[in-house]
Design a protein around this ligand. Structure first.
Ligand code: BTN
Length: 323
């Protein structure tokens, strides 16, 4: 679809939203400067996206219902910030990180977003699969920070913090398990973050920040929790997507203008691991450090105190030491 046609579809939907009693095809055609046949095609396309639109002869079109889906037409009007410059998708895809990576390689601007409510090949950290059942919010954003690699290492934490703040909108307490898992206070996984990128030498070319939130369902077999359960209500998927995009955008902009210091303090206030006994392992299961988690340092490393002193850990999988 061309940009102009896309804008017209947005305008048709806006007109339907604005008029509870309905609006005639003739009026819409006049307002948008297109034929009534073109309006009918837009109405058909909106129905295919899940909008319930009644057509009454002589009275025109009336919007009866909107889809519960993180599609651009639903997410866009809910955005508070201007970070997301282009929204794509919203249905079923393999992995939004793969889609956003393809767009980044093709030159997509910072703030380009891919959305999905289900993924068939969702990917998690450390080469794992990320179960992405229908009724979730899966989104990936193209970032183009003008920094060198060592300065970008804190980005996963910045994005995780942005998601945590976003979920505040729904009255839930989302805590951060280093590096960037989001957990309920009782330690069940609510959301995850996966950053991937490319550099030219040390200069970062693009980063794709992927976020997955369990909204309706929780993946089987893991200690996970859904946003619906924590919020105590059915949260519309478009609201979750808009909140996440605003939250990530705000945290990212704050990092670009102010650096990591203040964000690090904010991260610390949500840090789920601090004060707990932990073991950190690498992707093969080799233990890197074991001891008391103290917090994170200015480079975003987890500080673990063991018998030999304080060990800064830059990557790994953290488990709690029980007993
Ligand atoms: C993790 O906890 O291991 C990170 C999970 C990240 C999942 C998100 S869902 C959107 C984006 N697309 C993917 O394939 N993965 C990320």
């Amino acid at each position: 679809m061309t940009r102009v046609s896309e804008d017209r579809r947005v305008a048709v939907l806006a007109a339907l939203r604005a008029s509870a009693s309905g609006v005639s095809g003739e009026h819409l055609a006049g307002e948008l400067g297109v034929s009534r046949v073109a309006i009918r095609k837009h109405i058909e396309a909106l129905r295919e996206l899940g909008y319930g639109i009644e057509a009454r002869s002589g009275e025109g079109y009336r919007l009866l219902s909107s889809p519960d889906a993180p599609i651009p037409l639903e997410v866009s009007p809910l955005l508070r910030g201007s970070f997301a410059v282009r929204l794509e998708g919203g249905g079923v895809t393999g992995s939004t990180n793969d889609d956003a990576r393809d767009l980044a390689i093709a030159g997509a601007a910072e703030g380009t977003v891919v959305l999905a409510r289900e993924q068939t090949k969702g990917r998690g950290r450390l080469g794992r699969t990320w179960a992405s059942p229908d009724g979730g919010v899966y989104t990936s954003v193209v970032l183009r920070p003008e920094v060198e690699l060592p300065d970008a290492v804190v980005l996963p934490l910045v994005v995780g913090l942005g998601v945590g703040r976003a979920l505040d909108r729904f009255g839930v307490d989302a805590l951060l398990k280093w590096p960037n898992d989001l957990l309920s206070p009782d330690g069940r996984k609510l959301a995850g973050v996966l950053l991937e990128g490319l550099s030219e030498g040390w200069r970062v070319t693009w980063v794709v920040a992927g976020v997955g939130v369990n909204v309706r369902e929780t993946p089987a077999g893991t200690p996970a929790v859904s946003l619906d359960e924590l919020a105590g209500r059915r949260v519309p998927l478009a609201e979750v997507a808009a909140a996440v995009l605003d939250g990530v955008g705000d945290a990212y902009e704050a990092w670009k203008t102010e650096g990591f210091d203040r964000l690090r303090e904010a991260y610390g206030r949500r840090a789920w691991l601090t004060g707990r006994d932990v073991t950190v392992s690498d992707a093969r299961g080799n233990v890197i450090a074991t001891g008391l988690a103290l917090g994170i340092d200015a480079q975003g490393r987890l500080l673990v105190e063991d018998a030999s002193g304080i060990v800064p850990v830059s990557s790994g999988e953290v488990t709690l030491r029980l007993g």
